[in-house]
Design a protein around this ligand. Structure first.
Ligand code: PLP
Length: 392
């Protein structure tokens, strides 16, 4: 059996059709889209066509799409761009404790420059309570930024309810949609957002390209100074091949969503979750049972830690990820798992398996068949098992 890739939340394989669409923009159609000759114009047309496809995927107008170098840049641009543009109006921003570091670290940067940030708590499933957003608003609040779905535990947040609250008091609302665009049906007008971040490599497009949806009439301060590209909203010669790839990926994602293909991923994901929960003891499913991303399965296994599971799975040709990250020799527990109330020793035993469009039933069965043995072996070696207080 070939290697099994179940780390689609980290990055998705680039679709072969996407690679095919990109190729001519390296070798034949290499013009600068800002040049007036025919080479430039064919590149310009391709960029604009991609912009339309991405807009179509999220129900936006193509003029509201600003290309960036990825999801991280889109988040930085939205948050810092609104902060700098509105600093005379107020200096307060509301976000949550479970955001991606692209959002959290942007907020922490702004704190060093005089902004006040409220980091809202979440419940045991990782859900934000819209009432907490309402209560946190002050007359200095300029922005609410809450992610559409969490990248670790997959919980989908009540964005519509939160955006209504922000709109009622005239505050900007941004959502980090990096994990949802192309994976669940969505419409920016239905969601009621002013800004939304996307990333090419999370929807079977290439790395290093992303986009910010910026609602018509909303102004941000650009973070990248230079030429007048992207209507003065983001300077720099466009990543034409990358943009073409992201556009193709958006077109294919729209087609899959129209056909309801995500339901098959949900079916396999549920089979995986049930298989693991039935066969292994002392395991906990992280994230909301139903309000979750189609492909996300995230567990904590007691008595063992994530990295040893990842290494054992890798030896069985399965690629997964964990919330614990080994930084300079010491394990740090995921801020998301701590925020849902898990003690650090439980949070260390997390395993994230994220399915994508190419995973098969056979692969799911293989993991259900092999993971119990891996867990048993690791637990037999575990120094933590004695005196364990654990979850139960
Ligand atoms: N936001 C979320 C929720 C993510 O999952 C990621 C990537 O993992 C990012 C932002 C950053 O996106 P990029 O890798 O395109 O910079």
């Amino acid at each position: 059996m070939k290697r099994i890739y179940m780390d689609n939340a980290a990055t998705t394989p680039t679709d072969v059709e996407v690679v095919k669409a990109m190729e001519p923009y390296f070798s034949l159609k290499y013009g600068n889209p800002n040049s007036i000759h025919s080479f430039g114009q064919e590149a310009r047309e391709a960029v604009e066509e991609a912009r339309e496809k991405i807009a179509h995927l999220i129900g936006a107008n193509s003029s509201e799409i600003v290309f960036t170098a990825g999801g991280t840049e889109a988040d930085n641009h939205a948050i810092k761009g609104i902060a700098w543009a509105n600093q005379k109006k107020g200096n307060h921003i509301i976000t949550s404790k479970i955001e991606h570091h692209a959002v959290l670290h942007s907020c922490q940067f702004l704190e060093k420059h005089g902004f006040k940030i409220t980091y809202l708590p979440v419940d045991k499933y990782g859900l934000i309570d819209p009432k907490d957003v309402e209560k946190a608003i002050t007359d200095k609040t300029i922005l609410v930024t809450i992610m559409h779905a969490n990248n670790e535990i997959g919980t989908i947040e009540p964005i519509k309810e939160i955006s209504k609250i922000a709109k009622k008091v005239g505050i900007y609302f941004h959502t980090d949609s990096v994990q949802t665009v192309g994976h669940i049906p969505m419409d920016v007008n239905d969601l009621g957002v002013d800004m939304l971040s996307m990333s090419g490599h999370k929807l079977y497009g290439p790395n290093g390209v992303g986009a910010l949806y910026l609602r018509k009439g909303k102004k941000i301060v650009t973070l990248i100074d230079g030429g007048a590209q992207e209507k003065n909203r983001r300077a720099g010669t466009e990543n034409v091949a990358g943009i073409v790839g992201m556009g193709k990926a958006a077109e294919l994602a729209k087609k899959r969503l129209n056909q309801g293909k995500e339901k098959e991923i949900v079916r396999l994901r549920n089979k995986l979750i049930q298989g693991i929960m039935n066969k292994i003891e002392n395991v906990r499913l992280n994230g909301h049972p139903t309000k979750r991303l189609p492909g996300n399965a995230n567990f904590c296994f007691e008595f063992i830690e994530g990295e040893s599971m990842l290494l054992s799975l890798d030896m069985e040709d399965v690629a997964a990820s964990s919330g614990s990250a080994c930084t300079s020799g010491s394990l740090t527990a995921s801020h998301v798992l701590l925020a849902i109330g898990l003690p650090p020793e439980i949070a260390h035993g997390s395993l994230r398996l994220t399915l994508g469009k190419d995973n098969t039933e056979e692969e799911v069965d293989y993991i259900i068949g092999n993971l119990p043995g891996i867990i048993e072996k690791l637990r037999a070696l575990s120094p933590f098992k004695e005196n364990w207080e654990g979850l139960n």
